[in-house]
Write a protein that binds this ligand. Structure first.
Ligand code: GLA
Length: 388
């Protein structure tokens, strides 16, 4: 897929499908996350950025209540009605239907809609094409109907669409990063208050490269929701000792020690990972400020270790990719990224050696797993916006 064809191909597909021009076209980017994994739903901190891979949505309102949705890249269509919003069970339509569902719940009057979308975010690679789709659809409707909702409100609504309609209990990071990204910056988001600071990434000699393990774990949703429950169970126990805490965000290593055996071993390991990860985000912000590449890289490796052993959401292929990267002279840091059980690793790579790094990784992967590894570099880009 070549992004140069976007958004033209999506606008063109809209005209072919509906015999008129779209009222507007929106670009909604995917994201990477430098650090702060599985901290968002624990009201902690994350450090994501929007990237130069996106979904484009061409949209126009209708005069009736019908919804005509087209997934251009998949060559699939869905037709439904605002009067009967139910899960389609077909995957992608549910992300869009969920958006209409939450807007109805908010009593915001939405028209029927013709929609065509497509883009170059690899699906199932943990770059959150789903969040881009939800956030982009909300952004488009907000523009068309002049609701005047702010971007953080759109992010909350997108999260609700996914939590309440799709049934994935994700945190707010993915949609927030997609909507709020700024070129050349990571955003440090406090997931309790939504306070946001932008941290410039100012290292032109270094590149972020994603290696897609190609593993799409069928259990990701159930395991993810299970981790959430384990964290909540930890908080419930800790509250017996520290009634003032609301989430793992309020917990320190010392508090975990004090609770001792009251926390079952598995629950303690989950809690310990989250508490340590929040601490790492703090350190990462300082390292970014100081342009301290060595610490940035080390923190990425440390997070991978925590996700592998304490939170147990990695998999053999991603562990292999991180270990291979660790031995590579061009690499400063590497870790699995996203919910886990598959998806991409994020690698901080010396720019001059980027191409060689990719071919070394591909060769090693082929040798071990007898299949191809997709590697691609990403730039930190602006968040969701209208296309001219
Ligand atoms: C998924 C979720 C996010 C976040 C990450 C883990 O990508 O969608 O909200 O919880 O997992 O950090």
């Amino acid at each position: 897929m070549i992004s140069a064809t976007y958004p033209g191909s999506i606008a063109q597909s809209f005209e072919q499908n509906f015999g008129r021009k779209p009222a507007l076209v929106v670009r909604a980017p995917g994201h990477i996350n430098l650090l702060g994994e599985h901290t968002d739903y624990n009201e902690g901190w994350v450090l994501p950025a929007a990237i130069d891979r996106a979904i484009w949505l061409a949209v126009a309102p209708r005069t009736d209540a019908a919804l005509h949705l087209v997934a251009h890249d998949l060559g699939e269509k869905y037709t439904g009605s605002l009067h009967q919003l139910e899960k389609s069970g077909r995957g992608w339509p549910d992300y869009l239907l969920g958006v209409f569902h939450v807007l109805q719940q908010e009593n915001l009057p939405v028209a029927g809609m013709d929609v065509v979308f497509g883009g170059d975010i690899p699906i199932g690679a943990g770059l959150s094409s789903s969040a881009a789709l939800e956030g982009g659809m909300l952004f488009a409707i907000n523009e068309l109907h002049g609701f005047g909702l702010e971007r953080p409100q759109l992010a909350r609504l997108a999260q609700r669409a996914e939590n309440e309609f799709v049934g994935m209990k994700c945190g707010i990071m993915d949609m927030y990063a997609s909507l709020m990204g700024r070129a050349g910056h990571f955003l440090r988001l406090d997931c309790r208050t939504l306070a946001t600071e932008y941290a410039p990434f100012d290292a032109p000699d270094w590149a972020f490269v994603l290696c897609d393990s190609g593993v799409k774990h069928a259990l990701v949703d159930s395991e993810y929701n299970q981790r959430r429950r384990e964290c909540e169970a930890g908080v419930a126990i800790l509250r017996r000792f520290f009634p003032e805490i609301r989430s793992l965000r309020d917990v320190s290593e010392a508090m975990l020690d004090e609770a001792g055996d009251a926390l079952p071993k598995l629950i303690r390991a989950r809690c310990r990972y989250v508490v340590a990860e929040n601490g790492r985000v703090e350190k990462m912000c300082i390292a970014l400020k100081n342009n301290d590449l060595q610490t940035i890289g080390q923190l990425m490796f440390d997070t991978h270790e925590g996700l592998r052993t304490g939170y147990e959401v990695s998999c053999a292929e991603m562990d292999f990719l991180v270990e291979t990267a660790r031995r590579d002279p061009a690499v400063q840091g590497a870790r699995m990224m996203g919910g886990g059980f598959g998806g991409c690793t994020l690698n901080l790579v010396r720019r001059a050696d980027e191409a060689h790094f990719k071919s070394r990784m591909q060769q090693a992967f082929r040798q071990k797993w007898a299949r191809e590894l997709a590697c691609f570099s990403v730039q930190l880009s602006d968040g969701t916006g209208l296309c001219p």
